[in-house]
Write a protein that binds this ligand. Structure first.
Ligand code: 13P
Length: 344
């Protein structure tokens, strides 16, 4: 029964040309983005910003799901309507970030491990009661001299698999997010190798923990050169490397893959997703969509600036950005469409 429910939710999350919005920044991360945009870092500003997002007109036309942060799942609009109810009314499935951030991994200098497994079973039960039907856990893998090590990859992937098993037990679809970071000057080839190893290890661990692959969604990085690499590559090359890596590692039973944007510009993240659909639609056994945070939110956040009079303009940008990602999912995006967004 539970497995049936999980598969139904996973399928709904990947439906049509829709995708997911990650609006689950921790307080620390949200404050960091607010400081950069000159917005006060108070709980009320964070609430107002999330109200701006969830009340964006027609958001349900672009999104199948939205990932919330613990603070946000209890919050409501100024008029007292819970965000989670607004999402549900718009046909958007509410999700919840359940990892508790990363800390240094003992004995592995420069590498991290994600916290949050303790008490996770109880927290998942509570989130299910509140209405969340999927969850997210992010593991972070950094590329640098001598890292990532096998020890850190195994540890992080085992934790992701244990999280996924607990989610499924609670009737919640796990989004498993092993993020190979863009930071650094490594080549696309190096990113390919590391992503391949990480995904191989992840699926081995998911099998060991008896996770039902039909009831989960993978949230990977795209295969890219490091952001400080002198050898940046074409959109088509990123699409090819990413799809090849996923075809080598992700079983066909996985219903869907939803990318993180990882610090790419909104335009590039959209163009990469589009190129994958243009060239490889027939080769891919899983649905392929977006689960962006910055690549959808950043333009809207920049224009909002914490001011009521900018809410409508910010919502328009948010909707347009997500709509372009829908178009990319259909393989019909062109860079000319960006001009129309900027002009309107
Ligand atoms: P970005 O799209 O900004 O990388 O965020 C996605 C996410 O959910 C990170 O956990």
């Amino acid at each position: 029964m539970k497995n049936k429910e999980l598969r139904k939710t996973a399928k709904a999350l990947m439906a049509g040309d829709k995708g997911l919005l990650a609006m689950d920044e921790s307080t620390e991360t949200c404050n960091k983005r607010f400081i950069a945009a000159g917005i006060p870092t108070t709980i009320e500003y964070r609430r107002a910003y999330r109200e701006l997002i969830v009340t964006t007109p027609d958001l349900g036309k672009c999104l199948s799901g939205a990932i919330l942060f613990d603070e946000t799942i209890y919050q409501a609009t100024k008029d007292g309507v819970l965000f989670i109810d607004i999402l549900k009314d718009a046909g958007i499935i509410p999700g919840i970030k359940v990892d508790e951030g990363t800390v240094d991994l003992a004995n592995f200098p420069g590498e991290k491990v994600t916290l949050g497994l303790d008490n996770l079973r109880a927290r998942l039960t509570k989130y299910y009661e509140l209405g969340a039907r999927f969850a997210k856990w992010r593991a972070v893998i950094k590329i640098d001299k001598g890292i990532p090590t096998r020890g850190s990859i195994e540890t992080n992937m085992q934790d992701l698999a244990r999280y996924a098993a607990l989610c499924q037990e609670a009737g919640i679809v796990p989004i498993v997010e092993p993020e190979v970071l863009m930071d650094g000057d490594h080549s696309i080839k190096k990113c390919f190798k590391v992503t391949e190893k990480v995904l191989h290890t992840l699926f081995k661990q998911l099998a060991l923990q008896r996770v039902d692959l039909r009831g989960l969604i993978l949230k990977p990085n795209m295969v890219l050169p490091g952001n400080e690499s002198e050898k940046q590559v074409s959109v088509d090359k990123v699409a090819k490397a990413t799809v090849t890596c996923l075809l080598k590692t992700v079983p066909a039973t996985v219903p869907g893959i939803a990318f993180l944007s990882g610090g790419q510009s909104p335009e590039l993240a959209t163009a990469h997703l589009n190129a994958m659909h243009v060239k490889y639609d027939k080769k891919m056994p899983w649905a392929l969509t977006f689960s962006f945070s910055r690549a959808i939110q950043q333009p809207a956040l920049d224009i909002w600036k914490g001011k009521d009079e900018n809410v409508k303009a910010a919502q328009k940008l948010l909707f347009e950005r997500a709509s372009l990602d829908n178009i990319a999912r259909r393989g019909k995006y062109t860079t000319d469409m960006e001009k129309e967004v900027t002009a309107s």
